[in-house]
Design a protein around this ligand. Structure first.
Ligand SMILES: [Mn+2]
Length: 289
């Protein structure tokens, strides 16, 4: 299974991040993609990991920092994700996030349950768990859109790599006992799935190792309450769902034939509002309308 996938040079690119069990948001991005797929050249959807593991709190216990209330239902999100991928062979790409990795060799994640992977596996049962794990093991880590000069991954592009081969030979296993605070700093896979940020030099070194022309990294993992953040070039962190209010949730839409120049301009021209009818709370309405 390839860990790095190459997207074609034409069609629409839709990029979404961090759904974390939110069925309504997954279905919304799926319908945006399916509308785009009807256009000339079709479309490609990249979801940059963490489809699973959401809160299952009553609305009365819901904290403000989690944004708009929802009931986490990872089982249904995975079902819908599989159906969407089956309807559009070769055009729907789910990248591995640290929450998926927890099912296939990664350390335990404990945001809303002491062991989130165990919680979901209990809901799925033995057969469902086996099928899910087999599927997750096939997910790539990085998507490259060569002509668009965009690289997509789960977390910040902090990993020290020299070429695609450094990603192709990674093993998912062997992280069970790794303390979470060591994940981003110690290994290539840990950085890919856990780094919240990185320097401009390190990020461009990562991009260049995969594609000499690449100019922008799109990722999630961290919550940008305004829907996105460009801390520095070439880092475009996008929040499509988790941790945001509905009116602040953003995704990226881009023409795969159009070369991106930098993160700031890609944000300005490529970001779209997931729920245009919901009022903005933290969104910068001058940059993203
Ligand atoms: Mn994550």
């Amino acid at each position: 299974m390839p860990r790095v996938i190459q997207l074609p040079d034409k069609g629409r690119l839709i990029v979404a991040t961090d759904v974390q069990g939110n069925v309504g948001d997954f279905d919304r991005i799926a319908s945006i993609f399916e509308d785009a797929a009807k256009g000339p050249g079709g479309a490609h959807l990249v979801v940059t990991g963490d489809l699973v593991h959401g809160p299952e709190l009553p609305e009365s216990d819901w904290p403000d920092y989690l944004g708009t209330f929802y009931h986490g239902d990872s089982k249904t999100v995975l079902e819908h994700a599989r159906e969407l991928q089956a309807r559009h062979p070769g055009r729907v790409h789910y990248l591995l996030g640290n929450h998926e990795h927890a099912h296939v060799g990664g350390p335990v994640v404990a945001k809303f349950f002491p062991d989130e992977a165990r919680r979901l596996e209990e809901l799925l049962g033995d057969d469902g768990t086996r099928e899910m794990r087999a599927w997750l093991r096939t997910w790539p880590l990085v998507a490259v859109a060569h002509k668009a000069r965009i690289v997509m991954l789960h977390a910040a592009p902090h990993a020290a790599i020299r070429s695609t081969d450094d990603l192709e030979r990674l093993s998912l296993d062997g992280f069970d006992g790794t303390p979470l605070e060591d994940m981003a700093g110690r290994t290539i896979l840990g950085a890919l799935l856990w780094a919240r940020t990185t320097t401009t030099d390190r990020a461009f070194a990562f991009l260049r190792a995969l594609d000499k022309e690449a100019r922008v990294a799109i990722f999630g993992h961290d919550v940008a309450r305004a829907g996105y953040a460009v801390e520095r070039e070439p880092l475009l962190c996008v929040s499509t769902s988790f941790g945001c209010f509905d009116g602040d949730k953003l995704y990226v839409e881009w023409d795969l034939a159009e070369p991106a120049d930098n993160a700031v301009l890609t944000a300005r021209r490529g970001l779209r509002v997931l729920h245009p009818d919901a009022p903005p709370v933290h969104r910068d309405v001058y940059t993203v309308r």
